[in-house]
Write a protein that binds this ligand. Structure first.
Ligand code: F6R
Length: 607
């Protein structure tokens, strides 16, 4: 959440920083600001609103070859001009941008006020500017170290000081920071997306690390004593175009349509047709370790939690090991019992979600083994885990997760297959599932090709103030994910229910104004599902049914969306794809900013 960009070099910094901020806007988009250090000291321009509105108000003469910028997702204080970053001290000689949360900011704000400082904002970040300014260390690094000694919390931080015009000092604790190396120019950012068009030679700071960045290069050191950590930059194998929306009207659209290709990427090299199994070298577990697993607990947040429920069902079904998923945001607060023969699995696109990271730390602190299903290589969760499966979905920019979620499901399918095949899953069943997985990318493509046919259905759903998503067993987490996607970008109230639970209460809400999206695959529960559809139909509830062509809905008045059949265990992901399209077109019909839904941001790095 929130984005940081910095530049020091030969060009004017403001345009470079602004361009970088537009690339990071999915991280937070309620306010933005830039500070430039030029011959007349530091100048700050910041305001509530989007980055493009900020660029409209930047003064024509805003020269200076060193600058930092920020795009914000409000935590402390509303989205106002005053609360936007950068924050400066009273003299205006220090400016800071910060991601994360300073936990003891209330106490520090009180101390600063008692010392006669006039605070200009409601934020936790502002204290950092004052603390840097008030340090009597004679280097900027020393001043930043002193400030960081006083704070408790998480930060990705970049600091400018008018007395040290040749440098930006950055620091990391819990919020990512990367330094990019150019030709006599350097970049800093909270995310590679901001700088990949300029350089792919980068160094990622570790927690507890600081860096001095000048136009000529960078040096890294520990926060505590400023001793060198000697980090060097490495060349990353990144395709910069993967960060662009190209001809698509939004990133979400691009990312949905990429799924046939990205789904292949997570499967590539991991399927073994001969033995009907999967090989996941990154797990770092041999057959004996895998056989020793007695239980699987999946931890993730939001959509990652829902796909974790799909994964748990797959593992239980294929490997016959008890498995469940839990919201990582709740896990550590109930002082969980950590069992030595349970395999904990953290699932996260960003690898930064703080609730998931803290859940992993809880597991590891108590001696448990936690592996990761993570998209972003080298991210905090990936590093914290004992091993894992990278998702290879490529950069996901839209706030609403689509292609990463699909690859999470496939990652779980691979894990379930491997766990199953070291136990009692037969080679015939293993081969059946390998063949099913190989077919999936093509079937996803088939569903996406039918996009235009779903637009009218999506528009009709968009007109409802409230709707249900229902499914049973394998289909219930799909319903939860469908409702999540719908509410996230259309802002309609969408509630997921087990189909079997409808008659135990929510049926009272069914009427001609409340549509239901029902998941009715051809499986052992089809007839029972159809029974529930009759109950809805009898109360004139509008129905959209995601199903298979073989399913006969009889007289039920429903709009049906057929998906291709695969193995029943793999149905959930094929049922999920039309739900993405429905949410997308409903939100588009309502004229919403699909990539930047209100109140949300990509990668939730605050508790
Ligand atoms: C929904 C969505 C969020 C994320 C959740 C976890 O579309 O994107 O619910 O799934 O915030 O994020 P990651 O996967 O980055 O840990």
């Amino acid at each position: 959440m929130c984005g940081i960009v910095g530049y020091i070099g030969r060009q004017d910094a403001a345009p470079v920083v602004l361009e970088g901020l537009t690339r990071l806007e999915h991280r937070g988009y309620d306010s933005a600001g830039v500070a430039v250090l030029g011959s007349r000291g530091i100048r700050v321009v910041k305001q509530a609103g989007r980055v493009r509105e900020l660029s409209d108000v930047l003064p024509k003469r805003f020269a200076g070859t060193t600058g930092i910028g920020h795009t914000r997702w409000a935590t402390h204080g509303p989205a106002t001009d005053a609360n936007a970053h950068p924050h400066a001290d009273e003299s205006g000689r220090v400016a800071v941008v910060h991601n994360g949360i300073i936990d003891n900011s209330a106490a520090l704000r009180a101390e600063l006020t008692d010392a006669g400082v006039t605070l200009a904002s409601d934020t936790d970040t502002e204290v950092l500017a004052h603390l840097v300014a008030r340090s009597d260390a004679d280097t900027l690094e020393g001043k930043v170290r002193d400030a960081l000694r006083a704070v408790v919390g998480t930060y990705g931080l970049a600091v400018l000081h008018a007395d040290f015009p040749d440098r930006i000092v950055v620091a990391r604790n819990g919020s990512p920071l990367v330094v990019g190396v150019g030709d006599k120019e350097m970049y800093v950012a909270s995310d590679l997306a901001a700088i990949v068009r300029h350089t792919t030679t980068v160094a990622m700071l570790d927690d507890g690390e600081m860096a001095t960045v000048t136009a000529a290069g960078f040096t890294t050191m520990r926060h505590t004593d400023l001793s060198s950590t000697g980090k060097t930059a490495t060349e990353m194998d990144i395709d910069a175009s993967a960060y662009d929306a190209g001809d698509h009207e939004s990133y979400m659209h691009k990312e949905m349509l990429e799924q046939p290709v990205t789904a292949q990427a997570v499967l590539r090299g991991r399927l073994d047709e001969r033995f009907g199994t999967a090989h996941l070298g990154g797990l770092d577990m041999d057959a004996r370790d895998l056989r020793a697993v007695r239980r699987v607990k999946i931890l993730g947040c939001g959509s990652a939690y829902y796909v974790g429920q799909m994964g748990a069902a797959l593992i239980e079904e294929l490997a016959r090991i008890p498995a469940d998923a839990e919201a990582a945001s709740e896990f550590r607060y109930r002082d969980p019992v950590i069992e030595p023969d349970t395999l904990y699995v953290a699932v996260s696109q960003s690898g930064e979600t703080i609730d998931t990271l803290l859940a992993v730390q809880e597991v590891r602190r108590k001696g448990g083994r936690c592996v990761g299903l993570v998209n972003v290589v080298g991210s905090a969760i990936a590093r914290e885990c004992d091993g894992g499966i990278y998702l290879h979905a490529g950069p996901e920019v839209a706030v609403a997760s689509t292609k990463a979620l699909t690859n999470m499901f496939l990652g779980f399918a691979l894990l379930a297959l491997q766990l199953g095949r070291v136990r009692d899953l037969s080679i015939a069943d293993g081969k059946r599932l390998v063949a099913g997985l190989e077919k999936l990318p093509g079937q996803i493509e088939e569903i996406l090709a039918g996009e235009d046919d779903l637009v009218a259905v999506a528009k009709s759903l968009a007109e409802a103030r409230s709707l249900f998503f229902i499914g049973r067993v394998r289909g219930f987490p799909v319903a939860r994910e469908g409702a999540q996607k719908f509410k996230e970008i259309s802002y309609r109230h969408a509630e997921a229910y087990q189909t079997s639970e409808l008659k135990h209460g929510p049926l009272a809400l069914i009427d001609p104004e409340v549509p239901t999206v029902a998941l009715v695959p051809r499986d052992e529960l089809t007839e029972r599902n159809i029974g529930a559809l009759h109950e809805i139909d009898a109360r004139q509830g509008p129905l959209v049914v995601i199903t298979h062509a073989e399913v006969d809905l009889g007289e039920i008045g429903a709009r049906r969306i057929d998906v291709p059949r695969n193995e029943p265990e793999l149905d959930p992901i094929l049922l999920t794809i039309p739900l993405q399209l429905l949410a997308y077109h409903a939100a588009q019909h309502l004229g919403h900013d699909i990539d930047k839904p209100r109140n949300l941001a990509k990668s939730v790095t605050v508790e």
